[in-house]
Write a protein that binds this ligand. Structure first.
Ligand code: URA
Length: 432
C-alpha cells in the first residue's frame, strides 16, 4: 500500500508519478480509504505542477475503473453520438442539439451535470420542467434512446464515482481550472458513458474555465488524445464565452429559449452554435453524411417541425410536461436600461452568470436549492446599437430587493462604446 503523503510530496516537488501510484490514490479516494484532505492537497500539487500526458492518461483510466461502464454501441447496435461542454453562462446547447440530432435519425444519449458556481447545468435546467425525471437506470436510459432516440440523464451513481467525489472536492478547493484535471474528469465520464463519437464544446473567455484560446487549445488537444486512446471519435469546437450564449440565463428561461430555437426563432449566436454542433455530430454519425449536408438536415429538422415534435416526445418520455405554460415564471420583472446611446462593446459573461446565481438560479454550495424561475434575459448583445433608455436586459426575480441588486450587477456587465466592436463568430475554431 502506498503512503498518500509520499505521493503528494513527490508531486509537490515536481516529480512524475507511476500509473499504479495514481491508480491507488484515485481508487483509494473513491472507496473512502484516502481522506478528502489528502486528495485536496494532491489536487493543489497538480494545480501548480501539472500532470504529464502519461499521468493524465493514468488518472483518466483510474477514474473509469472506479465504477461501471456502459456499452451503448452493443446495446443499441448503432453508432451513438454525444456532446459535452466545458461549461459556461447561458449554455443550453444540448437541449436543442439532442432533439435535432435525434430527429435526423441519430441516437443521442447523454449524461449531464448540475451547475455549480456561475455556470449552469443541463440537469438543473431540465428540472424546471414539472415532472421531468433526470434519474433513469442504465437500462431505462438505453431503452429510451432505442424508442425515442434521445435521453439526457444525471450521471448514474455507478459511473465514474471517483469523478463525482473529486469534482465536488475540486470545486471547493480552487482546483477546478487545471487542464489535466478537467480533461480527465470530462473524458472519463464520456468514455465510461459509452457513446462512439463526441463533439466537445470547449468554451473560451470571461465566463469559461479556459480564459485564452491557447489554454482552450491545450485542453482540446488533451481531450482529443484521451479520446483517440479510447477509440472514441472526437471533434472539439472552441467557442466564445466572453458574453452569455443566447439571451437567456436561468433554468426555465433557458428551456423556453431552447424550445424557441427548435421552432426556428432562436437568437443568432445560439442558433449558429447549435447548427455547428449538429453538423459535426451528424457527420460523425452512421448516416454517412458530411458537415455541409449534416447542417442542411439539421436546418430541415427545425423548419419541418420534427425537432420540436421530438422535444415533446422526449420530455414526456422522461415524465415531464412539454407545454411551455407549465414552466415556472418569476413574479417580479425588472428592466435594465441603457444610460447612453452607442454600441454594446462588451457584455461580461461572469457578471451576468453571478447575477443569475445571486437571484437563486444556481448554487453556491452543493446543498443549495435552485429557484428555477429566476434569471436574466440579455436582450442586447455585443455589437447591438442602442439608444439611451433602451431596455438592455430583463431581470426575472423572486422579489424586488433581489431584482434591484441583479439590475445593478447586469448594468455593470454592459459596456457601451461610440462605434461597433470587431465582429466575432461564436465558433472560434474546430480542432480534430
Ligand atoms: N466539467 C467537468 O465535467 N469536469 C470538469 O473538471 C470541468 C467541467
Amino acid at each position: 500500500m502506498i503512503r498518500p503523503a509520499e505521493l503528494i510530496e513527490r508531486k509537490r516537488d515536481g516529480h512524475e508519478l507511476a500509473a499504479e501510484e495514481i491508480e491507488e490514490l484515485v481508487l483509494g479516494y473513491s472507496t473512502g480509504d484516502i481522506p478528502d484532505y489528502q486528495l485536496a492537497a494532491f489536487c493543489m500539487a497538480v494545480y501548480f505542477r501539472g500532470l504529464t500526458a502519461a499521468e493524465t492518461f493514468a488518472l483518466t483510466d483510474a477514474m473509469i475503473r472506479s465504477g461501471e461502464t456502459i456499452d451503448l454501441h452493443s446495446a443499441l447496435g448503432r453508432k451513438v453520438v454525444d456532446k459535452h461542454s466545458t461549461g459556461g453562462v447561458g449554455d443550453k446547447t444540448s437541449l436543442a442539439v439532442g432533439p435535432i440530432v435525434a430527429a435526423c435519425g441519430v441516437p443521442f444519449g447523454k449524461m449531464s451535470g448540475r451547475g455549480l458556481g456561475h455556470t449552469g447545468g443541463t440537469l438543473d435546467k431540465l428540472e424546471s420542467i414539472p415532472g421531468f425525471r433526470v434519474e433513469l437506470t442504465a437500462d431505462e436510459f438505453v431503452e429510451q434512446i432505442r424508442t425515442v432516440g434521445l435521453a439526457i440523464i444525471g450521471q448514474t451513481a455507478d459511473l465514474v464515482p471517483a469523478d463525482k467525489r473529486l469534482y465536488g472536492l475540486r470545486d471547493v478547493t480552487a482546483t477546478v481550472d487545471n487542464v489535466s484535471l478537467i480533461a480527465a474528469s470530462i473524458m472519463s465520464k464520456k468514455i465510461a458513458g459509452g457513446a462512439d463519437a463526441i463533439v466537445l464544446d470547449v468554451k473560451v473567455g470571461d465566463g469559461a474555465f479556459m480564459k485564452s484560446l491557447g489554454e482552450a487549445r491545450e485542453l482540446a488537444d488533451m481531450m482529443l488524445e484521451l479520446g483517440r486512446r479510447a477509440g472514441l471519435e472526437v471533434v472539439c469546437l472552441l467557442t466564445d464565452m466572453e458574453q452569455p450564449l443566447g439571451r437567456a440565463v436561468g433554468n426555465a428561461l433557458e428551456i423556453r429559449e431552447a424550445v424557441r430555437t427548435l421552432r426556428g426563432e432562436g437568437p443568432p449566436d445560439f442558433t449558429e452554435l447549435v447548427l455547428a454542433a449538429c453538423a459535426h455530430l451528424l457527420a460523425l454519425s452512421d448516416l454517412g453524411t458530411d458537415e455541409g449536408r449534416g447542417r442542411t438536415r439539421a436546418e430541415a429538422a427545425i423548419s419541418d417541425g420534427s425537432a420540436l415534435a421530438l422535444w415533446d416526445r422526449w420530455i414526456a418520455a422522461q415524465g415531464g410536461d412539454p407545454a411551455e405554460s407549465a414552466l415556472p415564471q418569476a413574479p417580479v420583472r425588472h428592466e435594465v436600461r441603457a444610460g447612453a446611446s452607442g454600441f454594446v462593446s462588451r457584455l461580461g459573461a461572469i457578471r451576468v452568470g453571478v447575477a443569475a446565481l445571486d437571484l437563486g438560479a444556481g448554487r453556491r454550495t452543493k446543498d443549495d436549492r435552485i429557484d428555477h424561475a429566476v434569471g436574466v434575459v440579455c436582450l442586447r448583445k455585443r455589437g447591438d446599437a442602442v439608444a439611451e433608455g433602451d431596455v438592455l436586459a430583463q431581470i426575472h426575480a423572486r422579489d424586488d430587493p433581489s431584482a434591484e441588486r441583479a439590475a445593478v450587477a447586469v448594468a455593470e456587465a454592459y459596456e457601451l462604446a461610440a462605434g461597433p466592436p470587431q465582429p466575432t463568430s461564436v465558433v472560434l475554431d474546430v480542432v480534430r
